[in-house]
Each structure stands twice: as structure tokens, then as C-alpha cells.
Design a binder for this molecule. Sequence first.
Ligand code: GLN
Length: 282
Amino acid sequence: MKKLFALLLTLAMVLSLAACGGKDAPAEEENTEDTAVEESTENTEGTESALPTAVEGVLTMATNAAFPPYEYIEGGEIVGIDAEIAAAIAEKLGLEVQIEDMEFDAIIEAVKSGKADIGLAGMTVTPDRAEEVNFTASYATGVQVVIVTEDSAITSVDDLFAEGASNVIGVQRNTTGDLYTTWDLEDAGLATIDRYSKGAEAVQALKTGKVDCVVIDNEPAKAFVAEVEGLKILDTEYILEEYAGAMNKDNAELFEAVNVALEELIADGTVQAIIDTYISAE
Ligand code: GLN
């Protein structure tokens, strides 16, 4: 009986070691002692990090660089609030940052498959997404707003919900603007949703009269409206949201380290300072 117990115990240890090792972690990094987590997260001196990242020593961030001012391309580089937050987190953890640009609706899959360590993309926390990824602490608030032409018959969010409404609404595919208008309006027979891969394309469709309005996050909305003449953002808000980083559910060690670093950056005002350099207070 004792022997059987010992055998089971050994088996359990082997299994938990295998689970901790991570899929691609190099052998020398398979340090599974509890203290290893703390040691590696305290690594702020630029010495090598033992964190289980997709690429050793690198925090790979998945994003869609068409969402100013959170991420956009300037001078051939991906810049913006999320890029700077990733850099600040990585610095605390002794990691480099590598940014991978992709369609917004490919980000969660990149995180789930372990190709990317974190999705930072002005991504709204939703219950459905939270079933697929671990969300970090929220670092910013977003608002879904409605963009219309200056002479539009749509003057408030309520107009979209009015009895007999039949608007064509432009959105960025699989964003919350898409999800909410689909549930609230298309499924209720009050609108048709036109889905674009970039927010800017939806805005162009509004300009050319293909859609009646665009539902999108307020900050990119401001950037797009500033560039296209004859458009405005309605004063009434569609919905308030929280942005957070999306991470792999099976990589608790990295999640813990990144989240602690992010919470410190929120607490000491670094995140707000980054946001303030891109978004002027109104
Ligand atoms: N906040 C929106 C969402 O999470 C849009 C994000 C984006 O387009 N990058 O769905």
C-alpha cells in the first residue's frame, strides 16, 4: 500500500513538472521551484529573464496597428500607447519587445496558440473573450461612439434603436462595435451591419455614403474624423468599456509576472503618463 502511494506521488510530481515546463521552454529554463517565479519577475537589471515567453528573452505583443493612438504606424514603426506600455512592462521583466501586426480578430488566436505572449490592442474585456484568454488588469477606459456625416438624420444613439430604424452601420470586424450592434440592432431587425477589416475603411464607407454611421472606439474615432472632412462624432455614447491585455490561460507564470508589472505601472502613474502623451485631457 505504502509502495503504491509512493508511486502515485512520484507520478503526480512528474505530471506537474511536465505541466510547469511549458511547451517550448528550453531545458535549462524548466526551473519549477516556487521561488523561481519571484526571482524572475524581480529581474529589472537587464540580465537574462527565465520567464516562459514564446521567444526566449522577448515579450511578443500581438496587435492591429490601425487603431490610433493605441497602435499605429509612424515612420515604418508601430508606435502608440500599447507599444509603450508593452515596453515598460518588458523593461521591468528584463525582456525585449517584439510587436506582431495582424488583423484584430487574429489576436486572440495568436495568444491562445502561444505565438504571441500578450495581445495589446485597445482590446475590450468581454465575458466571451475572457473564456478564451486571461485578461490583465484594465489599463484604460474606452467608449463606443457613433460617427455620422455632418448632415446626418441620426442625431443620437437612441435614433439607432428607434422603431422602424433600418440603418446600415459600418464597424471593424469582430470588435465590440461589431458585436454589440449585431446583437442590439441587426438581430432586432433594426440595422444591417457592414464589417470592414480596418476602422478607417468603415469611415471611408461613411464618407462615400455606403453606410449611414460607424460604431467604433472613441479615440480612433477622433483620429479618423480629424482626417476626413464632413464627419462628426455624436455626443451620446453607445457603451463604456475597459481595455486590458489578453494572455494565454495556460501560462500562469508569465501572466502573473506581466500583470504584477502592469499593476505597478498603473499604481505609480506610468500608464497614465503614457496615455497623457497621446490623449490630451478634454
Ligand atoms: N475595443 C474594441 C474591441 O476590443 C476595438 C479594438 C480594436 O479595434 N483594436 O473590440
